[in-house]
Design a binder for this molecule. Sequence first.
Ligand code: ADP
Length: 378
Amino acid sequence: MTKRVGIIGGGQLAAMMAIAAKSLNISIVIQTANTSDPATSLADMTILGEVTDVEATAELAKITDVITFENEFVDLEKLDALAKSGTEFIPSLDALKPLLDKYTQRTYLQEHGIPVPQFFPIETETDLIKQPLAYPLVLKARRNGYDGQGTRIVSSESELLEAWQSMGKVPALVEEKVNFKSELAVIIARSVTGDCLVYSVVETHQVNQVCTDVIAPARIRDAIAHEVQDIAKAIANSLNAVGILGIEYFLTPDGKVSVNEIAPRTHNSGHYTIEACHTSQFEQLLRIVTKRPLGDISMRSPVAVMVNLLGYENRGSDYQKIRHQLEQLPNCYVHWYGKNSSKVGRKLGHVTILKEDYQDIDLLISTINAIWQPQKSL
Ligand code: ADP
């Protein structure tokens, strides 16, 4: 059985995988250029190199049995040579191919009959001026966007131009602004033998395009939950993707579901699985890459709430007192990523609370936020 897993990337997702690896007796080697990344103190070894550094990945391949991804913004063409000479990547490079660019991802989904918002590619200023969508609309950089970076909602042509210029006129797409009632997400696990398990559908809340909190399971009708899960299966099967996918959706007031985004890795919307499910998304990915059978995905508690601890100031603090205060809340689990400094919007940690029901859930989220960011609630 495989024992050494390589991870491209060294952030909190790799760190949470390294923690899960301990109980499975798997050793973890990460590839990152940043020696202060959260996973460096938890992994068994670090190969120094940016995620796009294929020579570093070649080193990683030499000392591991299989390589997976925390960060998908890799150089697929260069990695292809490694794959051809026998390095096993899970998910495969073929499965990643349509996903790394928001435009090719949308096109792929559309071609496979999956509902997506209307979209158009932008290469030049003329494309911007000729784009046919009504305002407000959403401008997105095609590559390297995360946590809302590279995504802007704009209300006029001049704002669109200004936003595109401030992105450096990179290849982009414009999208209709979906008037959603809620945003949903799922984690799907697919094994090398094609077995699929879809975790509960969750509700995600965003402020300024960044996820603030997640409620599991989502408060939606069963028919909607099944539709969301069926779409996830259709996507994973059509990509022949092995591993974990995090898929985000929009739900409109008239009950229409469309896909916003697919991440070919563990995902923020699945952090609640660490305490709330029998098998976390991190353990599940390790089980998959080491060819173990999929673990039980059922929930240990009826309801779970996950709140991101997002940086709100530029400062080098580890907020120990505040973390201690959060730990006093009933059934509350605090995860701190150990980043060396706080920056506005940076994900510094998260908390998960297990609950018997949905009662007072909004109050709970605001209590957590008030403890985390006391200035804001004054
Ligand atoms: P990122 O890849 O940076 O996370 P996303 O494309 O997932 O960016 O967008 C982040 C958030 O922006 C979404 O969760 C949603 O709240 C909002 N958003 C993105 N696209 C649309 C859209 N077409 N219509 C309405 N809101 C959108």
